[in-house]
Design a protein around this ligand. Structure first.
Ligand SMILES: NC(=O)c1ccc[n+]([C@@H]2O[C@H](COP(=O)([O-])OP(=O)(O)OC[C@H]3O[C@@H](n4cnc5c(N)ncnc54)[C@H](O)[C@@H]3O)[C@@H](O)[C@H]2O)c1
Length: 207
């Protein structure tokens, strides 16, 4: 089911179709996103609105529609936000993207408190530097970053790895594995948490 997450009616229809197709809903992952890297003075009001519409508002609408179904089912469930290292890390040329990631991060805490009484856990993942398979990186962000660092775009993943504590490249499956773990039985008593999946970035340590 495809849906534009900025469209409340489309999101509600997608959740309804999902429930009808699968007999219910267990797990919601707020992953939709895009990234514009611009300094403050070049960031337009339209840039700001687009970033916030898709990520802050989009995940709010998806969580709302899904929570309605989860509460009605009465079986608990999970909501996971793919937030970002940038929700806590402050770097240049990132005002619209990082601000909306911080918004998503606080939605995790707010909804963890609100949905807990229904047995619904709400957690977040903070990835960083996932180049492989990323439409965001393929659509210009990667070329921009590579140029900034004076390297080939194809070497960006390895370059990011060298900036981490573990010196490991972060791959899409590392993010998916974290989602599987945080929604699995081993974390049955954890809600309101953010899990970094960034191979270790001290500046983004959570306090
Ligand atoms: N790649 C990274 O290094 C990185 C790091 C931290 C966080 N993230 C976050 O991970 C998520 C996935 O990013 P990715 O790197 O895989 O990029 P991606 O472009 O591969 O995936 C983003 C997806 O969101 C979808 N999308 C965009 N606007 C939408 C809308 N209005 N309605 C529905 N879907 C929409 C796109 O079609 C795309 O499939 C994003 O929220 C991103 O901010 C990525």
């Amino acid at each position: 089911m495809a849906a534009n997450v900025t469209d409340e009616a489309a999101v509600a229809a997608a959740v309804e179709a999902t429930v009808l197709a699968f007999g219910g809903i267990d797990l919601v992952v707020n992953n939709a996103g895009l990234s514009l890297s611009k300094p403050l003075l070049e960031t337009t009001a339209e840039d700001w609105d687009l970033q916030h519409d898709v990520m802050a508002k989009g995940s709010f609408l998806v969580s709302k529609a899904a929570a309605r179904a989860l509460i009605e089912q009465g079986l608990g469930g999970d909501v996971v936000y793919i937030s970002s290292k940038n929700s806590v890390f402050a770097g240049p040329n990132n005002i619209a993207y990082s601000a909306t990631k911080a918004d998503q991060a606080h939605q995790v805490r707010l909804l963890a408190v609100e949905l807990g009484e229904h047995g619904v856990k709400v957690n977040g993942i903070n990835p960083d530097g996932v180049v492989r398979g990323s439409g965001i990186f393929a659509a210009g962000w990667g070329a921009n970053r590579a140029k900034t660092y004076g390297i080939d775009e194809q070497d960006l993943g390895a370059f990011y790895a060298q900036r981490t504590i573990l010196k490991r490249e972060v791959l899409p499956e590392n993010v998916a594995n974290a989602v599987a773990a945080i929604t699995g039985p081993d974390f049955s008593h954890t809600t309101g948490l953010h899990v970094p999946v960034d191979a270790g970035v001290a500046a983004a340590f959570l306090r």
